[in-house]
Design a protein around this ligand. Structure first.
Ligand code: DGP
Length: 114
């Protein structure tokens, strides 16, 4: 069941998004406030509010999200590398309570993050 967040509404097609990939388990779409030339969010269709709420039951799903991110990075041509980010909770800077992985690329990214 998809969550009643903005991402739940995107999963249920109640609001539009620029969707770049979908399968039974996950959805990927362009971030509305891109922080890099490529900024795509990969989210599970299952309602997991944040990474710290995931359980051992979600092991395959979490692996699937990472492999999907890798596949999308290849498809959009991020040959020089990219960054995956999962913000968790308040101090992590999470603003949408539906687990999501940011795929950022097509520019050199600074470190450490702010
Ligand atoms: P985070 O701070 O990790 O919770 O990131 C949430 C991201 O979601 C943020 O980069 C902006 C993006 N976002 C928020 N609302 C929408 C929306 O309605 N559509 C899309 N495509 N992205 C959204």
């Amino acid at each position: 069941m998809s969550s009643d967040t903005i991402f739940g509404k995107i999963i249920r097609r109640e609001i539009p998004a620029n969707i770049v990939y979908e399968d039974d388990l996950c959805l990927a779409f362009k971030d509305v406030h891109p922080q890099a030339p490529v900024h795509i969010l990969i989210i599970p269709k299952k309602n997991i509010p944040q990474l710290s709420a995931a359980t051992a039951e979600d092991q395959n799903l979490l692996g699937h999200l990472l492999l999907t991110a890798k596949q999308i990075a290849e498809q959009v041509g991020l040959k020089n590398g990219y960054r995956l980010v999962i913000n968790n909770g308040q101090d992590g800077g999470q603003t949408v309570d539906h687990l999501h992985c940011h795929l950022l690329g097509d520019r050199a990214l600074g470190w450490p993050p702010g």
